[in-house]
Design a protein around this ligand. Structure first.
Ligand SMILES: *Cc1c(COP(=O)(O)O)cnc(C)c1O
Length: 486
């Protein structure tokens, strides 16, 4: 169709399509080229930089009544948005647990946005691609064909949903109608478990106190004997234990609970065995790391994030449940406007909306499918193993530096260390060094507390991070530490 005809079809209409597709095409190609350069040249820029007050103030303008030409809006993006992003595309980003994303994932996001598919349900290819991811995860985790899965924002949501499934399995689907009057359900996790595991008990109405936080040992793994004792005490006190959450990669230090022992305990006690595998569970892609995750395949459910070690662009959280029927029993609800058919677009039941609280949802499966198809599981596994190698290199460097000391064992890819100083200034000094690093733009580690001591915490999650990048970070720590101590 000629541009004149296309423009004519839209003449005087209220459609948001452009009058001139060729002009939009030129803008689009420029944006794509710029963004590819942004990723390719990421090393030339600071990891992070603070947002200047004038830029921040620019985002407090009133609701625009009139439109602005796209090139002008894009100019603001290049000048006022792109430079002040989180920084996790950069190889110097080692804070928290953030994936680096890929150019392939970015392209897939663009394609998904073009399709603008609503993946809540109905019979279209978006749902089938998501089912492909479920099948791949069943294969990776050794789950049965009856296992179900669904994309969600992240593991915070997936851990919450898993708790709801475990609750429904424990007391029956009538809980969805009548709630939990009189029940005293109790759940269990290591004190090193992520905060969202505690939050899940709160959100579900059980209360944070219903999540028993069990001590962990020197290796940062849950103390199984203490767990057994607490379950017995709770039973004796009239509580109803129903769920144990194991950690496959704790957020502080990357420790992996003894999942096989937890699986056995849950079998013996008749408890739901959930694993918070937010970042660690994709270690199954690597032959080197998979043995550390022994017992994972016995879980009743696993929460995981493709956007961390999987490098899928944000966001791409996932929940997989061994027994798909129990999963559906927790979330599926009849609604006249969601009537299922055996033919036509309203076919293909069950739908993703039967497996979680979201109805409208985007096509997260596409960027995940593109990532796994383009790179393949072996290369993904090698990349994951390499991040652990970089972490071990960093550990060795810290151990060589007399001014530095390690604060926790390195199980996977997280290194916790600190700059040595007088005891009374040790924590504050190390906190200052972390902020100095952020503001320098050289590297972005985060901090955490290990046995009461503030640690500089470097999580090597980004596939771009090399030995040289961690050396640069350590060099800067030594420089800033020395400058502050005087
Ligand atoms: C990141 C993380 C979470 C939370 O996942 P989100 O995707 O950020 O919601 C939970 N547990 C662990 C161990 C994590 O690393």
């Amino acid at each position: 169709m000629s541009d004149a005809v296309r423009a004519g079809a839209n003449a005087g209409a209220t459609s948001l399509d452009p009058d001139n597709w060729d002009a939009l095409r030129a803008d689009a190609h420029r944006m794509l080229d710029d963004m590819l350069d942004y990723i390719a040249d990421v090393r030339d820029r600071p990891v992070w930089q603070p947002i200047p007050p004038a830029v921040r103030a620019g985002f407090a303008e009133p609701l625009p009544r009139q439109g602005t030409p796209l090139p002008e809006v894009y100019r603001r993006f290049t000048e006022e948005i792109a430079p002040y992003a989180t920084g996790n595309v950069h190889p110097g980003f080692m804070g928290w647990v953030h994936g680096g994303g890929t150019a392939v994932g970015m392209l897939a996001e663009m394609l998904a946005a073009g399709l603008n598919a609503n993946c809540g349900g109905r019979d279209h290819i978006g749902i089938e691609v998501e089912r492909q991811i479920v099948r791949w995860l069943r294969e990776l985790f050794g789950f049965p064909q009856t296992a179900s899965g669904v994309f969600v924002t992240g593991s915070s949501m997936a851990n919450f949903m898993a708790l709801l499934v475990a609750r429904t399995a424990a007391v029956g689907p009538q809980v969805r109608e009548g709630g939990l009057p009189g029940e005293r359900l109790t759940a269990y996790a290591s004190a090193a478990a992520h905060g969202c595991v505690v939050q899940a008990a709160d959100l579900a109405g059980l209360g944070r106190g219903a999540l028993r936080r069990i001590p962990f040992g020197k290796d940062h793994r849950i103390d199984i004997d203490a767990l057994k004792r607490r379950i017995a005490e709770d039973r004796a006190a009239g509580c109803q234990p129903f769920l144990v959450t194991g950690s496959a990669g704790t957020v502080d230090v990357g420790a992996i609970d003894d999942l096989a022992a937890l699986a056995e305990l849950c079998r013996d006690e008749g408890l739901w065995f959930h694993v918070d595998g937010a970042y660690g569970s994709l270690g199954m892609l690597s032959d080197e790391i998979a043995p550390k995750l022994k017992g994972l395949s016995e879980a009743d459910s696993i929460a995981l994030d493709f956007h961390k070690w999987g490098q899928v662009n944000y966001d791409a959280g996932f929940l997989i449940v061994r027994d798909g029927e129990q999963h559906r029993d927790t979330f599926a609800a009849p609604a006249a406007y969601l009537r299922r058919e055996t033919r036509g677009l309203a076919g293909g039941s069950p739908w993703p909306c039967d497996y979680g609280p979201d109805l409208s949802r985007g096509f997260r499966a596409l960027k995940t499918w593109f990532t796994l198809k383009t790179f393949g599981a072996d290369r993904m596994g090698a990349m994951i193993a390499q991040t652990c190698k970089v972490a071990r290199y960093l550990e060795a460097r810290v151990e060589r530096e007399p001014q530095l000391e390690m604060l926790a064992p390195v199980t996977l890819n997280i290194v916790c260390f600190r700059y040595r100083a007088a005891p009374n200034v040790m924590d504050s000094l190390n906190a200052e060094i972390v902020v100095d690093l952020h503001e320098s733009g050289i590297a972005v580690p985060s901090s955490t507390t290990i046995d009461g001591a503030l640690a500089i915490r470097a999580a090597i999650v980004n596939h771009r991070t090399t030995f040289a990048d961690v050396d640069k970070m350590v060099d800067a720590v030594l420089r800033f530490g020395k400058a502050r101590v005087g």
